[in-house]
Design a protein around this ligand. Structure first.
Ligand code: KG4
Ligand code: ZN
Length: 340
């Protein structure tokens, strides 16, 4: 089954063609970073307008690249939430119209399910059950995954998401939007032991996170300590976030008696997190899986994959444009196992 995937929940237009037999056939991502950089954050109306401009040419481009005709597409998957309402509507409208004109089914996909399943686009697929650390700009979640659609949220951030804390701290450091990757680059030149920052919620039981206090502690340190090098603060901040995330991951694996950890979402592109996760989890006999770097951040491939799994499981949506700017991951239905 060949599925066209469309991602338009925030500031990236992503399209992809995924074949359930042959894997990923083609994909394209257009980032709107330059468009929003001037404003220091995403401007929703500009995001929607740009998605409208990009969706049709990008889709034509990947169909050509994959050497397919429209008739060879068996289904269209799109991100129907969570995300910015206007931006979601552009992808939903495009997907529904295309599917209607091609006479094939369309299906709305949960954006975080896309992130969660993204490592399945790689050669080495994580085995079920696994614990997934979903770390993006809007979410920080620890999820137990027993199969496609079988999700139990074990913990989440009670305030800022990890990516949000990266972005806000980076802003105070004078780095451009989105700050996460810029802060990580600056951190490479710094000493992660230069400043002692808190590892929030580690002395309490449970699997929730809190990054707002850590962000404030880093910003306060920068304001009070005028001789502090920005690179040292960046490295110390990054190290505190990574230590905190991984301590909770280890706790979750132990609690759930699971050996496999999946890390996904934009912050999953962070090198310190990837390397430290491999070392720490490896030490306890566990294994870590991540998507390749370009599929950590928003992309159409993860939506095409999640859509293909659901369409293969027999699901399909009716025609209404049902976008869900807020949507619980645990409300998704389980997909019966297909294939080997
Ligand atoms: O998953 P994503 O592309 O969009 C959302 O669904 O939110 O995640 C974007 C987030 C931003 O906060 C960005 O700063 C962060 O991921 N990010 C990083 C890195 N690359 C992206 N944070 C830390 N280190 C990175 N290398
Ligand atoms: Zn995302």
């Amino acid at each position: 089954m060949v599925v066209l995937g469309i991602e338009s929940s925030c500031d990236e237009t992503g399209v992809a063609l995924y074949d359930s037999d042959r894997g990923l056939l083609a994909h394209e991502i257009h980032s709107q970073i330059d468009l929003h950089a001037l404003y220091g954050g995403v401007v929703p109306e500009l995001a929607s307008r740009d998605h409208i401009r990009r969706l049709v040419p990008l889709t034509k481009q990947i169909v050509r690249k994959a050497g397919l005709t429209q008739q060879q597409i068996d289904g269209v998957a799109f991100t129907s939430g969570p995300g910015l309402a206007g931006a979601l509507l552009t992808g939903a409208l495009m997907a529904r119209s295309l599917a209607f004109s091609m006479g094939c089914p369309a299906i709305g996909v949960h954006h975080m399910e896309g992130h969660l399943l993204a490592p399945m686009l790689e050669e080495q697929v994580p085995p079920f059950p696994f614990v997934c650390l979903l770390v993006s700009g809007g979410h920080t979640l620890l999820v137990r995954v027993d199969g496609v659609g079988q999700y139990r949220v074990l913990g989440e951030s009670v305030d800022d998401a990890a990516g949000e804390a990266f972005d806000k701290t980076a802003k105070v450091l004078g780095l451009p939007y989105p700050g996460g990757p810029h802060l990580a680059k600056l951190a490479l030149e710094g000493d992660s032991q230069a400043v002692t920052l808190p590892r929030p919620m580690l002395n309490r039981p449970g699997l929730d996170f809190s990054f707002s206090g850590l962000k404030t502690a880093a910003i306060t340190e920068l304001r009070n300590n005028t001789s502090l090098k920005k690179a040292d603060l960046a490295a110390s901040f990054e190290c505190a976030v990574v230590d905190t995330l991984l301590a909770k991951c280890q706790r979750a694996l132990k609690q759930e008696n699971v050996k496999t950890l999946v890390i996904s979402g934009g912050v999953g592109a962070n090198q310190r997190l990837r390397e430290q996760a491999k070392a720490t989890i490896g030490k306890t006999g566990g294994q870590v899986f991540y998507p390749r770097l370009e599929f950590c951040t928003d992309n159409g491939a993860m939506i095409a994959l999640a859509g293909a799994l659901r369409l293969q499981g027999g699901e399909k949506d009716d025609l209404p444009l049902d976008i869900k700017p807020r949507w619980s991951l645990e409300s998704l239905s389980a997909v019966p196992k297909t294939g080997p």
